[in-house]
Design a protein around this ligand. Structure first.
Ligand code: ARG
Length: 465
């Protein structure tokens, strides 16, 4: 015998394989609490509008309270026969309270019900993510403040470019995560709309009060078009895009942590709790956590593409394809939440090896631009200054020393035949070629001067508050 919620029209039951293939209960049951909240708001509205009786409402409330408890303590019996979270709960409700349970679905479809559940679920996930981004950023600020004046080589093309401070470098990630938080906040606005009342696709013939349900569930407004409300999942796609971008930022940071921890760089050490050893090489300490963040970024990018592809061929309105939206969405949220949790702690587990950072700066002619800028300030056209300094770098390379190791006369000789470059050098050049001189010179908003980095941190604290 087949006793599905929709079985009346059917002359034969589905096979076990089809049942399993079409069921979603094993992954959508995690929206159970949202499903119950939505049902309670719907039932309250039905009673208020005299569509069901106050007694029905009381029965539904009593039954749902028990179901919620059964789910929370793990005693609820999820059944494949009831297909999904919605029908499982409705069936149990009817077992518990009889006809009132059968009246709950009046003026509603699983199509607007599931869209509501997902939005409620996602809204909570976004709030959790926003709080975790804040935690991560606060810890970034703490480390950045400690290292507002710690010099390290800034790279372009992974070649030493110019000195920056480690604090400045970290603050780049603060900015990225700040934009990520904005993206989640923005996605939340469009998620926070109520589909209920759209019923299957066209609305319902009952005198419903959608605004009431929206208020009950904390939605900012109702979805304006019933076809759109039951069928589109762009809010989920948008969320996944925000996850992908955030993970991409954390993946770049991971790549840097991995490089910096390699003995070739030796800039940092990561706390042992984020690393693992090798089963064969006793000396190994591997940065597994950052590597996994990098790897899981690929995974969430896959989820984004999965949702886009899921949607692209669907005619209006609801199609069962949409049942496939949940696993990628849930996994994207789970991955984002765990990654942020781990990262907030990992940031504070970074031990900075300032000496190694400074030593690396001495090797890459990191103050060459400062020398060129100096010559320009003494009246030499920039292109000539560039060439003069390039000659000096070549001379230093031949000698195996840094620019700062040259005496004034040696520097003059090195750049002698470029448009009188050498004559423009004075004894004040010494301060310009030092790391501190180079850092301090970039003293404007957004620059790496320690004074500016500290000011940026102060502003960042205000933005977070
Ligand atoms: N489990 C379904 C989903 O995830 C609920 C909606 C089903 N509606 C339907 N008409 N089959 O989308």
């Amino acid at each position: 015998a087949h006793n599905k919620a929709w079985s009346g029209r059917f002359s034969e039951p589905v096979s076990d394989l089809v049942k399993r293939y079409t069921a979603s209960v094993f992954f959508d049951q995690r929206m159970a609490e949202q499903d119950i909240r939505g049902s309670l708001a719907h039932a309250a509205m039905l009673a208020k509008q005299y569509i069901i009786s106050e007694q029905d409402l009381a029965d539904i409330q009593r039954g749902m309270a028990q179901i919620l408890e059964e789910i929370r303590v793990g005693k609820f019996e999820w059944s494949l026969d009831a297909e999904d979270v919605h029908l499982n709960i409705e069936r149990r409700l009817t077992n518990l309270v009889g006809d009132a349970g059968k009246r709950l679905h009046t003026g509603r479809s699983r199509n607007d019900q599931v869209a509501t559940d997902i939005r409620l679920w996602l809204r909570d996930a976004i709030d959790q993510i926003l709080a975790l981004i804040g935690d991560f950023q606060r810890n970034v600020l703490q480390l950045a403040e400690e290292h507002a004046a710690t010099p390290m080589p800034g790279h372009t093309h992974l070649q030493v470019a110019q000195p920056v401070t480690f604090g400045h470098h970290l603050m780049a990630y603060f900015e990225m995560l700040q934009r990520d938080a904005e993206r989640f906040t923005d996605a939340r606005r469009r998620t926070n709309r109520l589909p209920l009342g759209s019923a299957a696709l066209a609305g319902t013939s009952f005198p419903i009060d959608r605004a009431f349900v929206a208020r009950e569930l904390g939605f900012e407004a109702v979805c304006e078009n019933s076809l759109d409300a039951v069928s589109d999942r762009d809010f989920a796609i948008e969320f996944c895009a925000a996850v992908s971008i955030t993970m991409t930022h954390l993946s770049r940071l991971s790549e840097e942590l991995i490089l910096w921890m390699s003995p070739r760089f030796g800039f940092i050490d990561l706390a042992d709790r984020f690393c693992t050893g090798s089963s064969i090489m006793p000396q190994k300490k591997n940065p597994d956590v950052p590597e996994l963040v990098r790897g899981k970024t690929g995974r969430v990018n896959g989820h984004l593409v999965a949702l886009l592809t899921l949607m692209k061929g669907q005619p209006l309105a609801y199609n069962k394809d949409n049942q496939e939206d949940k696993e990628p969405l849930f996994d994207a949220a789970d991955t984002m939440i765990d990654t942020l949790r781990i990262y907030a702690d990992m940031i504070l587990g970074i031990r900075v090896k300032a000496d190694a950072m400074r030593a690396a700066l001495a090797l890459g002619f990191a103050t060459a631009t400062d020398l060129a800028d100096y010559l320009v300030k003494k009246g030499l056209p920039f292109r000539d200054a560039h060439e003069a300094v390039a000659l000096a770098v070549r001379a230093a390379e031949t000698r195996g020393c840094d620019l700062a190791d040259f005496t004034l006369d040696e520097l003059r000789v090195a750049m002698a035949h470029v448009n009188g470059a050498g004559e423009r050098l004075d004894s004040d050049i010494a301060g310009v070629l030092t790391i501190e001189g180079s850092l301090g010179a970039r003293n404007h908003i957004g620059g790496t001067a320690p004074e500016q980095v500290r000011a940026a941190i102060v502003r960042a604290r205000k933005r977070l508050a």
